[in-house]
Design a protein. Structure first.
Length: 258
């Protein structure tokens, strides 16, 4: 059976990030993609202008419909926005044993808040214990860890908050490296950076590819290495010519196929 991957996240009307990026990454990784949309965003390459939260009961209805019929070999969360949505998602996933990638999307690259301040502790308390791995970028890791530090230190501090494994991604900061800590081992995964003005959706592509690797039976380290490579290539092939802001990544290499 084809591996099945579920994204639980927000919709990006510009198509660059959110569930749109996730579904493209799932397809590129050879997985069948499904979605439960928790929020609609009015968004393009320059920023987010409006957010409309999906009622939690409807989020649960989507999850029940997908998991009750199609099932999933792995899932990932992205933008979850509110305490109520996080609680709903946690309740729906608690009974299953599906590998789960929690991408703690807090602030868009444009600066728009995608997770309310009062929802952060709910994310930590309810979803971290269910996760296979949590994948913050450097700034999200600092927020979750309570202050700055090296990626190694941040990963350890987030682990103490209930995350079984932590992958602090390397898209920001001086050192291009993803740092994986599984509670016992520290693994540094080199990341190729490319000077291309098309990084919109890179984080979503990374976490979705990681989830797809787990769905295909890769180990966490193998999936993390694949995610680093795929996200980097998606930036290298990014569509910088689209939009007035930072262009979307191209995980499907559409430009190369034209």
């Amino acid at each position: 059976m084809i591996p099945r991957c579920l994204t639980i996240a927000g919709s990006d009307s510009g198509g660059g990030a959110g569930i749109q990026a996730d579904l493209k990454a799932f397809a590129a990784a050879g997985c069948y993609g499904m979605s439960a949309i928790v929020a609609l965003t009015a968004q393009n390459t320059t920023g987010v202008t409006a957010v409309h939260e999906v009622p939690p009961a409807f989020v649960r209805a989507q999850l029940d419909a997908v998991l009750g019929d199609l099932g999933a070999d792995a899932a990932k969360t992205g933008m979850l926005f509110s305490r109520e949505v996080i609680q709903t998602v946690a309740d729906a996933l608690a009974a299953g044993q599906v590998p789960l990638v929690v991408d703690p999307v807090m602030i868009a690259s444009s600066g728009a808040r995608l997770l309310r301040d009062d929802a952060v502790e709910t994310l930590v308390a309810r979803l971290f214990p269910l996760a296979t791995v949590v994948t913050p970028n450097l700034y999200e890791a600092e927020a979750l860890a309570g202050g700055p530090g090296s990626r190694r230190e941040l990963a350890e501090r987030i682990h103490t908050r209930g995350a079984p494994a932590v992958l602090v991604t390397g898209g920001h900061g001086d050192t291009p490296v993803d740092h994986l800590f599984d509670g016992k081992r520290h693994v540094e995964i080199p990341v190729d950076r490319h000077d291309v003005a098309a990084t919109h959706g890179a984080g979503c592509t990374h976490s979705a590819t990681l989830a797809a690797g787990l769905a295909r039976g890769l180990t966490l380290e193998e999936a993390a290495r694949e995610a680093a490579r795929v996200a980097s290539e998606a930036v290298r092939n990014g569509l910088a010519e689209l939009g007035a802001g930072d262009g979307p990544v191209d995980v499907l290499h559409l430009k190369g196929a034209a």
